[in-house]
Design a protein around this ligand. Structure first.
Ligand SMILES: [Zn+2]
Length: 169
């Protein structure tokens, strides 16, 4: 699997491609205008980067994203014990769900309750932008892991075949 730094690089490249893609006619014709404003694109980019650096599926090991949580890193520890590396947190559906729910329950919900905020007053567009940024960053990571595993397997197979045919001679 790619290491942490490679994952960051891949995610940033993907973010750039998304940002370029947003300027394509397809996006400007299909996406509602409010999602294409500078403010929206900035929020999306920040949540994508936050997802990349703090909400990586590699929270299931003692990775850089795990260490970035400082004293709060222990909230991810149960997943390391229960799922192990590349378990549930690397599942394309359950991974983002578990990670976002954890942040929601442990950090967001207590703040909302403590400040007496009305969650319904939060603009829907803002939530969609935050979720999309985070989910896409997680999916990019999972996809990069999957591709790298597949490539490694194919290379090993090819190498084995080459070695095999070499031995026959
Ligand atoms: Zn990973």
């Amino acid at each position: 699997m790619p290491n942490g730094k490679t994952h960051n690089k891949i995610n940033i490249i993907v973010l750039f491609l998304i940002l370029i893609g947003l300027h394509s006619p397809l996006c400007s014709e299909t996406l509602p205008l409010e999602y294409l404003s500078t403010a929206s694109i900035t929020i999306f980019s920040f949540s994508f980067l936050f997802g990349t650096y703090y909400l990586s599926p590699d929270l299931d090991i003692k990775s850089e994203p795990f260490k970035r949580w400082g004293p709060f890193r222990h909230i991810w520890w149960p997943y390391q014990k229960i799922f192990g590396h590349r378990g549930m947190l690397h599942n394309p559906l359950l991974g983002p769900l578990i990670i976002i729910l954890t942040v929601g329950v442990v950090f967001v919900a207590p703040v909302v309750v403590a400040l007496g905020l009305n969650a319904r007053e939060v603009p829907q567009e803002l939530l969609i932008l935050l979720f999309t940024g985070i989910v896409l960053s997680i999916e990019t990571h999972i996809l990069a892991d999957a591709i790298s595993t597949k490539t490694k397997r194919t290379t090993t197979k090819v190498k084995k075949k080459l070695n095999g045919s070499g031995k026959k001679k």
